[in-house]
Design a protein. Structure first.
Length: 155
């Protein structure tokens, strides 16, 4: 573990939360999109996307070296976070809105809208923003501690 390990861990969390905010922003921007992609010749509305995180496995040179030397044990210190996938929500049904004048309306006059719940997206956006802010605070505190440690040598 290096002196910059916690900064690398925090940086991975910052990157992950920024991507999460980007995906949420995309969901909000496409809440009314009725023609996102074609499936079997038919237009399908936009499907909600979400980010799935996983623990960073620490594929650094030092982790491979420690494993080869047999000194690798499960440490209490994490290696950060990484994105496992960005998945589409295929379980939540599309919203049906009665609008017979819409060109996307079916034979009964209903238009399929995206399965994005605007309220839930706003809550997720606030959560991602708060997580990002907390990680910025951790990064700045770590930077301040490293700076103070360097000042110890000045005499």
């Amino acid at each position: 573990m290096t002196v910059f390990h916690s900064m690398n861990t925090t940086a991975s969390a910052l990157t992950a939360q920024r991507l999460r905010m980007d995906v949420i922003s995309s969901n909000i921007a496409n809440v009314d999109t009725t023609r996102a992609r074609q499936v079997n010749g038919e237009w399908e509305p936009y499907r909600k996307k979400s980010v799935v995180f996983q623990e960073n496995q620490g594929n650094s040179f030092s982790s491979f070296l420690n494993a080869a030397m047999g000194t690798s044990t499960k440490q209490a210190v994490g290696n950060g976070v990484q994105i496992r996938e960005i998945k589409q929500d295929t379980e939540t049904p599309f919203k049906l809105v009665y609008d017979p004048t819409n060109p996307d309306a079916n034979a009964d006059g209903y238009v399929q809208h995206s399965n994005v719940d605007l309220l839930k997206e706003m809550v997720d956006l606030i959560s991602a923003t708060r997580s990002y802010e907390a990680n910025v605070t951790v990064f700045n505190a770590n930077k301040a501690m490293l700076s103070k440690a360097l000042e110890i040598g000045k005499g």
